[in-house]
Design a protein around this ligand. Structure first.
Ligand SMILES: [Zn+2]
Length: 118
């Protein structure tokens, strides 16, 4: 396993957050088209509505990721990175390797997230 200094991790987190923010602004550009009137054609209209829902979902999940990365960067700045926010125990190294923005240990994050990071 490669060892990363906190500085490396912080840079990676900030870089990823930057990419996510760019994606978010592209998504919002696309969403701007929603302001235009829907097509008169019913089939087009259904398709447009569906696309809008996908965009909204994507926007929401991207925003939540941005917040996670932002939060992890703040934990580094507070000297708390790698500690579980819930139980204060160190987060498993393998989990941090897989999910660098994690702020909960595998136990506190619950079985779904623990499996994803395993
Ligand atoms: Zn915990």
């Amino acid at each position: 396993m490669a060892t990363h200094t906190l500085e490396d991790i912080r840079r990676d987190l900030a870089w990823t957050r930057e990419q996510l923010l760019q994606r978010l602004s592209r998504l919002r550009d696309d969403a701007g088209h929603r302001l235009q009137p829907l097509s008169a054609d019913a089939v087009d209209r259904a398709q447009e509505t569906q696309n809008d829902e996908v965009l909204v979902r994507l926007e929401r999940s991207t925003l939540s990721l941005v917040n996670q990365y932002q939060h992890a960067i703040e934990r580094i700045d507070q000297g708390l990175y790698g500690l579980c926010e819930e139980c204060d125990y160190p987060i498993e190294a393998a989990r941090l390797e897989a999910v660098p923005q994690a702020t909960l240990c595998g136990v506190c994050a619950g079985p779904v997230n623990a499996r994803a990071a395993a």
